[in-house]
Design a protein around this ligand. Structure first.
Ligand SMILES: [Zn+2]
Length: 224
């Protein structure tokens, strides 16, 4: 869980940056680019999301103390708005200034509304928010990993990745890459994920090699 909080979990985009070209940066659930917050914003988390907001709201209302129920609703609404929107959205509470994503790392703004940033009255509810948000992230992460390691889904992802790379290779500026794609046609239905991965890695290796050759080098013209 600490890994998630610090952003060290191996979500797609991070993984693809670390293992340069070795893995793809796409979400195993919906095939969009997987950033840290996509893990909770993915459309596949809708059920988990509903469950999470319901529990959060109930817990907070149970422990609300002197806080007005409307304020609690506003906070929960902000979280929903964040989870359901891709772009900048309108928020009611100060959490947006700390960052909505930060919620899922356990950082909650001290004062929800107004300018006094040292307000203590939200302390009890903030603990609940931090706990529930971090737990929710972790749940989504586990769900994502389950799908990630499912052999059938893995094969599907590999096939999609192969098609994407093949298309890219076909339109490559380098003759060597185009030739590779032309000569090595995979029967993706029959071969396993490892074979597909190897095909992609081979293409990337060729690509890297030709990229190193300066454009005016005679070797660049050989297969063109
Ligand atoms: Zn997704």
């Amino acid at each position: 869980m600490t890994k998630c909080v610090h952003g060290y979990n191996h979500y797609g985009l991070r993984d693809s940056l670390i293992n340069k070209n070795m893995v793809d940066a796409y979400c195993p659930r919906c095939n969009e680019v997987e950033t840290w917050d996509h893990v909770v914003k993915c459309t596949e988390t809708i059920n988990l999301r509903r469950e999470f907001i319901e529990k959060l709201l109930l817990e907070m209302l149970k422990n609300k103390g002197t806080i007005d129920a409307n304020e609690i609703m506003s906070f929960c609404e902000d979280i929903l708005v964040y989870l359901e929107n891709d772009q900048e959205a309108e928020y009611e509470t100060n959490q947006q200034h700390v960052g909505m994503t930060e919620l899922f790392r356990g950082y909650v703004v001290k004062n929800w509304i107004g300018v006094d940033m040292n307000c203590k009255k939200y302390r009890c509810l903030n603990k609940i928010i931090a706990r529930e948000c971090v737990l929710f992230y972790n749940k989504c992460w586990k769900q994502r990993n389950q799908i990630m390691h499912d052999p059938i889904k893995q094969k599907e992802r590999m096939k999609r990745w192969y098609e994407k790379e093949k298309e890219r290779g076909r339109n490559s500026n380098y003759g060597q890459v185009r030739l590779y794609v032309e000569k090595h046609n995979l029967d993706v239905e029959r071969c396993n994920s490892d074979t597909i991965r190897r095909w992609i890695m081979n293409m990337k290796t060729i690509e890297k090699k030709v990229e190193k050759i300066p454009a005016n080098d005679i070797r660049g013209y050989m297969i063109l």
